[in-house]
Design a protein around this ligand. Structure first.
Ligand SMILES: [Mg+2]
Length: 153
C-alpha cells in the first residue's frame, strides 16, 4: 500500500512550528512498516520550507526515509494537479475519530485492511489485552451500538 503520514499531531505532538514531543510508538511503528518492504510511506504535512526540512530530518535521524514528501512521487513537480495524493491510506490525527493507538495502526496496515469492521475487530482485541485502549469515537460508537443490540459495523 501507499500510505500518507501526517507529522504534527501524528508522529510528534502538536508544537508547530517546533518539533513536538514524540508520540509513543509512532517512529517504531513506521520503521516496522517501512522494513516490511511492502509499503511506500509518504510524508503529508502542511509544513513547508525550513519547517518541512526539520520534520524530514527529524524522521531521517530516527531511521525513517519517506518515499516522497508532500507529493505522490519523488520526482513529481510540486505544481502538478490535482493536489490530492493517490494513496491507499492516510494516517493523520485529523482522522474522523482521531488518531488511533499506533499499535492498532500497525495491525491495520499489516492486515492490509482499513474498513470500519476491521477497525472494530482490532479494537475488541485491544480490549482483551491488559494494555488499556484509549476510548475514541469509534470505541464509544461501538459501545453505544452494542447497548442497543445493533451491529456496530
Ligand atoms: Mg496533524
Amino acid at each position: 500500500m501507499t500510505i500518507a503520514v501526517d507529522f504534527d499531531g501524528t508522529i510528534v505532538e502538536h508544537d508547530y512550528p517546533y518539533i513536538g514531543k514524540p508520540i509513543p510508538f509512532a517512529i517504531e511503528t513506521l520503521k516496522k512498516i517501512q522494513e516490511s518492504g511492502e509499503h511506500k510511506l509518504i510524508l503529508w504535512t502542511v509544513r513547508e520550507g525550513e519547517y518541512l526540512e526539520e520534520a524530514v530530518n527529524y524522521c531521517r535521524e530516527k531511521g525513517i526515509e519517506f518515499y516522497a514528501v508532500n507529493k505522490n512521487e519523488p520526482d513529481e513537480e510540486l505544481f502538478t494537479r490535482p493536489r490530492k495524493l493517490a494513496v491507499d491510506l492516510f494516517i493523520d490525527d485529523r482522522n474522523l475519530g482521531g488518531l488511533p493507538d499506533w499499535g492498532i495502526i500497525y495491525n491495520l496496515v499489516r492486515s492490509g485492511g482499513c474498513s470500519l469492521f476491521d477497525f472494530n475487530e482490532l479494537l475488541k482485541q485491544g480490549e482483551t489485552n491488559s494494555r488499556p485502549v484509549k476510548k475514541n469515537f469509534f470505541i464509544r460508537l461501538g459501545e453505544a451500538l452494542d447497548k442497543t443490540g445493533k451491529k456496530s459495523y
